[in-house]
Structures are given as structure tokens and as C-alpha cells.
Design a protein around this ligand. Structure first.
Ligand code: ZN
Length: 234
């Protein structure tokens, strides 16, 4: 009896492990979720690519906008409602520069084991902040840390909201240098790719410094930069 009890425990542990690993992969999957439309890249023969910039707006916004203006390149900013409310002038300047704004939740929390009420508040308060900044275009959604499970995808699906992930993430290493970030982005970009960079907080200076090389190298290869809405709409 003791032996079979031990085997039962072992089998139980393996099952728990498999469910945990499987669950984690589901929560973190870039190209799959349980409900609603999710995009990590677009299948197209055209050399189009979207540059997406996560978090903020922070006080780095003027510098970010200057780099993009010098290159005349459009970007899609996934912003946090809390940061918009704290620095509305930065959000307005992003809108005035003609870039696209996306919803990245209000408080940048992991949207995994959260109630439907929390999901609604995180999404809607951020939409309100984005509209208050003067943005009139369509608003796609990107989950913080790329994490989602059930109530979030369900809510987004019920509200016809597209979830936008990414297929090129060159600055996930916290100490990556600009040259390495640019090299990886250029190497991994394919027609229809979505590049993710963090230019507001953390290793932001290196990520921002990588943008001119990414844009110049990809343009030299014939790529055209578009917003996320343009990418998924056409
Ligand atoms: Zn984020």
C-alpha cells in the first residue's frame, strides 16, 4: 500500500507539473489565446513592418518623439493609463506627432488571475485616458508582460478588441546594447513583423539608440514602416 501510495503521489506531482508548465505556456503564448483575435505578426508578402513601443509615457517621451521625427517613421505606442494621467502632456504630444496609441492596461499589472471587474477597469480607464489625450484612431490592446489567461481574452473578444503581441523582441535582455538590439531586430524581421522595444523605462536609452539603425537597415532592404492598424488592416 505504501508503494502504491508513493506512486500515486509521484503521478500526481507529474500531472501538477504538466498542468503548470502547460498553463504557463498558454498564459505567455505569443500567437495563441483562448478567445478573441490575437496578432503577433501578419502573413504578407509585402515588406511592411510595425514598430511598437511599450509602457509610459515617461519623461523620455520628447526624446523618443525626436528620434522618430528625424527618421520620419510612424510608431505604435502601447501606453499605461496611469502614466497618461500622470503626464497627459506627453500623451498629447505623441498624438500630435501622428503616432498610433494602444492600450497597455491602466496599472501594468499581470492580467492573469484577475476578476472580470479588474479587467474591465484596467481596459476602460486606459481607453478613457487615451481619448482624453485627443487620440481618435482605433485602439488595439497589448497585455503587460504578454500575459493573459481567460477573463482578459474573453473581455477583449466580447468588445471586439484585437490583442497585439509581437514576433521580434530584441531588447528583452535587460542589459542589451544598442548595436546588439539593432542587429537582432534586423535579423529577425520578416514581412509583416511586429517589433517590440521598450523606450520609456529601464534599458530605454539603448533601445532608443537602436531605432535609427533598425529603421535605416530595414529600409535599405526595402521595408516600409507602418502602424499596427495599417499592418493588420491591409
Ligand atoms: Zn509593458
Amino acid at each position: 500500500m505504501r508503494r502504491s501510495g508513493w506512486i500515486g503521489t509521484a503521478v500526481g506531482l507529474v500531472v501538477v507539473l504538466l498542468v503548470t508548465v502547460g498553463g504557463y505556456q498558454l498564459i505567455s503564448a505569443r500567437s495563441y489565446q483562448l478567445a478573441g483575435e490575437l496578432v503577433d505578426r501578419v502573413d504578407t508578402p509585402q515588406k511592411v513592418v510595425a514598430l511598437t513601443l511599450d509602457d509610459g509615457p515617461s519623461d523620455r517621451t520628447p526624446e523618443v518623439l525626436r528620434v522618430l521625427a528625424d527618421l520620419d517613421v510612424p510608431a505604435t505606442f502601447y501606453l499605461n493609463g496611469r502614466d497618461i494621467d500622470a503626464r497627459p502632456e506627453h500623451a498629447r504630444s505623441i498624438v500630435e506627432a501622428g503616432h498610433e496609441l494602444g492600450n497597455h492596461t491602466y496599472t501594468h499589472r499581470r492580467m492573469v488571475f484577475v476578476s472580470p471587474g479588474v479587467v474591465r477597469e484596467e481596459v476602460e480607464k486606459t481607453d478613457t485616458a487615451i481619448r482624453a489625450a485627443g487620440y481618435q484612431g482605433s485602439i488595439t490592446f497589448r497585455p503587460p508582460y504578454g500575459k493573459k489567461l481567460w477573463f482578459l481574452p474573453k473581455y477583449l473578444s466580447d468588445h471586439d478588441r484585437t490583442t497585439v503581441m509581437w514576433d521580434v523582441e530584441p531588447d528583452s535582455g535587460v542589459t542589451a546594447k544598442a548595436a546588439t538590439i539593432a542587429e537582432q531586430a534586423v535579423r529577425e524581421t520578416r514581412p509583416g513583423s511586429v517589433i517590440l522595444l521598450h523606450v520609456m523605462y529601464g534599458n530605454a536609452a539603448e533601445s532608443l539608440a537602436a531605432i535609427p539603425r533598425i529603421v535605416e537597415d530595414l529600409r535599405a532592404q526595402g521595408y516600409r514602416f507602418v502602424t499596427v492598424s495599417e499592418l493588420i488592416g491591409g
